[in-house]
Design a protein around this ligand. Sequence first.
Ligand code: UD1
Length: 430
Amino acid sequence: MDKFVIRGGNPLVGVIRVSGAKNSALPCMAAAILTEDEVTLENIPQVRDIETERKLLQSMGAEVGLREGEAQDRTTICCRNLSDPVARYEIVKTMRASSLVLGPLIARTGMARVAMPGGCAIGGRPIDLHIRGLEKMGATITQEHGYLEARADRLRGAHLVFDKITVTGTEDLLMAAVLAEGETLMEKCAREPEVTDLAALLTAMGAQIEGAGTSTIRVQGVSRLHGARHSINPDRIEAGTFLVAGAITGGDLVVSNCNPTHLGAVIAKLREAGAIVDVLGPDEVRVRSGGPLRAADISTEEYPGFPTDMQAQYMALATQAEGVSMVRENIFENRFMHVQELVRMGANIKVDGSVATVRGPARLSAAAVMCSDLRASASLVLGALVADGESILDRVYHMDRGYERIEEKLRGVGAQIRRLGNLFPPREDE
Ligand code: UD1
């Protein structure tokens, strides 16, 4: 199993480039199911979850690949022959976002068999809202032997109101609605940039969608979609992680190929904590030290609030800030697994339910620590970058699910980080 060895103490200086967003690429790849034509996606990150999605689509009969001479971050998907519309457990168990194929499969083929996603480290994470929405659109869904089996001759437009805001739920039902008969009105939708990115691809494929990026989305179903070419948004969570890396190490870092408009809550919080953050242009943000870090509270919320996927990384920063920071996690229960590892490195953090109280600044000392999920791993990398001595992070396969060549990128701006081993067994989704 791969490990990272990180020696702390170096301020990160230079330019670090952000890859495409994993959480946009996953639904966009699933959207290719909706057409017989070819869909070409650019700015695809080279991470394990994307490999898993490629395998999933291939296992259903799709042709997924790179054309000779094409850039690694481009992928072409052709779902002309979906001979086997089944998402098998062996694949789904490694990536919960596999449930994103449910809506498009029913819409395109009239049937889907999708293994129920397994339990996940960061909470129960049900998909009841996906199921309820599809049923409202006329699908019959049964559950047997750990699989959901869904059937519908043709989905019908419906009025869908989400009980709870769900990102992949909004995406799944949006993909179902674009080929449904008539109008679908979706309320209390997720407003995340990943939903907007998917809607842009679907629109380029001929879908009729209004309101993506707001809480109300209206879709006029069409009978057929065509191929398209689309470039995936930059990854706002990877960008946010790099901004924290610059701030926590007291460095001077330019985060390039990002979209600053997607980073509003993170940038505002870093400024409140005392870092100097300048938006240099439409795709660049500079972060540098503005003196000692100060405590600032965060509370995770749906977009445009502070992202839950940045909570763990922010907590690493809070350990270095003067004063008491309250970190409230509102989206997922059980998303504090990084806490005990940060504490082992010397952080002063107490958890009470959904609130963690962080007292700083704490002198972190290098330790052997264990990554438990994707963003928890990022928080441990950040802690290790400022710890005294050489830390060893175990189970970095969690990190590889969502961060492209993170150790190379960090090394390029002065971090002392190296990888041991080269095995990446897959694990469950974030
Ligand atoms: C997506 C992101 C993940 C991010 C999360 C919240 C992807 C692949 N993953 O996950 O990185 O942390 O958004 O920003 O895009 N819920 C239900 N029933 C459902 C669906 C969700 O109760 O059918 C609950 C969940 O348990 C959770 C909340 O709704 O408490 C939000 O979950 P959701 O937005 O669906 O997260 P994901 O889409 O799985």
